[in-house]
Design a protein around this ligand. Structure first.
Ligand code: AMP
Length: 437
């Protein structure tokens, strides 16, 4: 089945050809026709399946078929994403696929100045990509008008709930036209009871699409575990990168501090490396990602939330320098490789402290990950397990702070918010969420 048979316009087919896609991915095959017909959809799709084009292409087509009212362009499509990086990437896709159309788009997220965003919104945009916290800032300052939104997309809805955005989302929904007056598209990697509840209130007789089983680790990813002593992980990682001549590798650590330290150590080993996490400014994060994509940085060290939504096409290697505390994050992490039909390899460096985490992951993905012992790096059997420093569970309920996306707030980002009466806990939770977006 080709893109031509899906009913997409010549302008979009040209953009797809420019991008070099020859065939629609399964989610695109299933999502594009019903979205073009105006249906609501609820899609359970893993990251890396091509879901962004699955909603962006038909959304662009629908908007381009009707002319906006003359005068200032109203926001007619709103795409909500959980993280800044994902927002930036979705916005890039909107630009890429819409390059032969005359629609205007903008992306807004926290951690950067609000004034340029206000200016852009003032000039009028058809498509707005946003994270919930900063969007609410604009709503409360009345610098955005969402009353004419025709299409709403909730991307990575499960992650937005995990990050505690549900109240923000409900407030945003309240500033949109009534549910029956807009098309609603919801994408989620998992389909929990909470997601179902959100979907029930949001979607009208949705077409339900499922392209990957829940929590199934991507089939195209080769997964291996290297058992190694905790103090020799860095040495082994440098050895693997050097001896196997890896050019582009994404490495996960559990903490911001660990990410910084590892990036510095790798640099000292002669491997160009950068760390991305929430304590870095948005500019530094964007720069690190751009350098990584260009191949100037060979190793990108990231924490879980900072890495969420990263789309680096054909990323060949993902390394878990430390296993995540939450088994589902393993699936998200390795989803960074083997994307859209490419082969990928996910290597986990596991020390004696992490055996339980490994068992939890294997239980979740329902398979045993092959162990490889690299000669010279076999673990010393006399080393005892030590408890992993207990950190609050990352972002499961919006309270924990694994710190990976807690970026700075931009100027004026708190306008209109300080007045709200909030209980201590709630205020703290809100602050946490705002930082994340
Ligand atoms: P996504 O799941 O939307 O993050 O997309 C994952 C990656 O797949 C991105 O790098 C896209 O550019 C790429 N992609 C999307 N659709 C296709 C397609 N039909 N053929 C090849 N690559 C694609």
């Amino acid at each position: 089945m080709s893109f031509e048979t899906l009913g997409l316009s010549a302008e979009l087919l040209r953009a797809i050809a420019d991008k070099g896609y020859s065939q629609p991915s399964p989610i695109q095959l299933q999502a594009i026709p019903p979205v073009l017909e105006g249906h609501d959809i609820m899609a359970t799709a893993q990251t890396g399946t091509g879901k962004t084009a699955g909603f962006t292409l038909p959304l662009l087509q629908r908007l381009s078929e009707t002319n906006p009212a003359s005068g200032k362009r109203p926001v007619r499509a709103l795409i909500l994403t959980p993280t800044r990086e994902l927002a930036a990437q979705v916005a890039e896709s909107v630009d890429t696929y819409g390059k032969h159309l005359s629609l205007k788009s903008a992306v807004i997220f926290g951690g950067v100045k609000i004034n340029p965003q206000i200016q852009k919104l003032r000039n009028g945009v058809d498509i707005l990509v946003a994270t919930p916290g900063r969007l609410l800032d604009h709503v409360s300052q009345r610098t955005v008008d969402l009353s004419q939104v025709e299409i709403l997309v909730l991307d990575e809805a499960d992650r937005m709930l995990d990050m505690g955005f549900i109240r923000d989302i409900r407030k945003i929904l309240a500033s949109l036209p009534a549910q029956s007056h807009r098309q609603n598209l919801m994408f989620s990697a998992t389909f929990s009871g909470e997601i179902r509840k959100l979907a029930d209130g949001l979607l009208d007789s949705p077409v339900v699409i499922e392209v990957a089983r829940r929590n199934t680790a991507a089939e195209s990813v080769d997964q291996v575990v290297h058992m190694v002593d905790r103090d020799r992980k860095r040495e082994l990682l440098s050895h693997m990168i050097g001896s196997q001549n890896w050019k582009q590798v994404l490495v996960f650590t559990r903490t911001k501090h660990g990410a910084n330290r590892l990036a510095q150590q790798l640099e000292r080993d002669g491997l160009p490396a950068a760390a991305i996490h929430g304590n870095k400014s948005q500019g530094a994060r964007t720069r690190a990602l751009a350098d990584f994509k260009k191949g100037q940085v060979r190793v990108l060290v990231a924490t879980d939330i900072a890495a969420r939504g990263l789309d680096i096409s054909q990323l060949p290697h993902v390394v878990n320098f430390e296993l995540p505390n939450v088994p589902e994050d393993y699936v998200h992490r390795i989803g960074r490789t083997g994307r859209a039909g490419n082969e990928g390899e996910a290597v986990s460096l596991v020390c004696v402290d992490e055996h339980k985490l490994l068992r939890d992951i294997e239980r979740l993905i329902k398979r045993e990950i092959p162990r490889i012992a690299l000669s010279g790096y076999e673990p010393d059997p006399s080393i005892r397990a030590e408890p992993i420093q207990k950190r609050r569970a990352p972002q499961r309920n919006g309270r924990g702070n694994n710190g990976s996306n807690a970026g700075r707030r931009g100027n004026g980002a708190n306008n209109g918010r300080g007045k709200r009466p909030q209980s201590g806990n709630r205020a703290a939770n809100d602050n946490q969420r705002r930082r994340a977006s």
